[in-house]
Ligand binder design. Structure first.
Ligand SMILES: [Zn+2]
Length: 153
């Protein structure tokens, strides 16, 4: 994979982020930039064809499945009225009721407040490694230069 900044042929080593734009860059061009992933390759066992890939970590935040029950159980355990809980975390009582009945999913912000107040775990944070091949995205910017470079792969 080429460096998208200086154009160095097959020079890309890292996947970087510059002002929100993501691109692959060589070691030199990655200096000072935020490195969010690395450039690798996947080799097809059968055809021995190597495809360049970008691997980067993505942070995923999600609310646990049975959040309503967890909140309700913790609240009951503390013998807290819904309206008191609402007051304590500065949220609307009706809104919390919908959350407990799992009609509405709490926002991460609300979930964090509930976690702190009730000593429970509602938010799952995980890091996933995303791997994507660059060839697919490259085709959208198809140009004469790309066609000429194709012979090198
Ligand atoms: Zn470069």
């Amino acid at each position: 994979m080429d460096c998208e900044i200086c154009g160095r042929k097959d020079g890309a080593m890292f996947y970087i982020s510059i002002e929100g734009a993501r691109m692959s860059a060589c070691g030199n061009c990655s200096r000072g930039a935020q490195i969010i992933g690395k450039i690798g390759s996947v080799i097809d066992e059968r055809t021995k064809v190597s495809t360049p890939t970008i691997e980067f970590k993505e942070k995923e935040t999600e609310i646990v499945d049975n959040y309503g029950k967890i909140i309700k159980d913790a609240r009951m355990h503390r013998m807290l009225e819904l309206k008191d809980l609402a007051k304590q975390i500065n949220e609307n009582e009706a809104y919390l009721k919908h959350i407990e009945n799992e009609k509405i999913m709490p926002t991460i912000k609300t979930a964090k407040k509930l976690e702190k107040e009730l000593g429970i775990k509602l938010v799952n944070e995980s890091t996933v490694i995303v791997s994507e091949t660059n060839t697919i995205t490259k085709k959208e910017n198809f140009s004469l230069q790309d066609t000429m470079e194709k012979d090198d792969e």
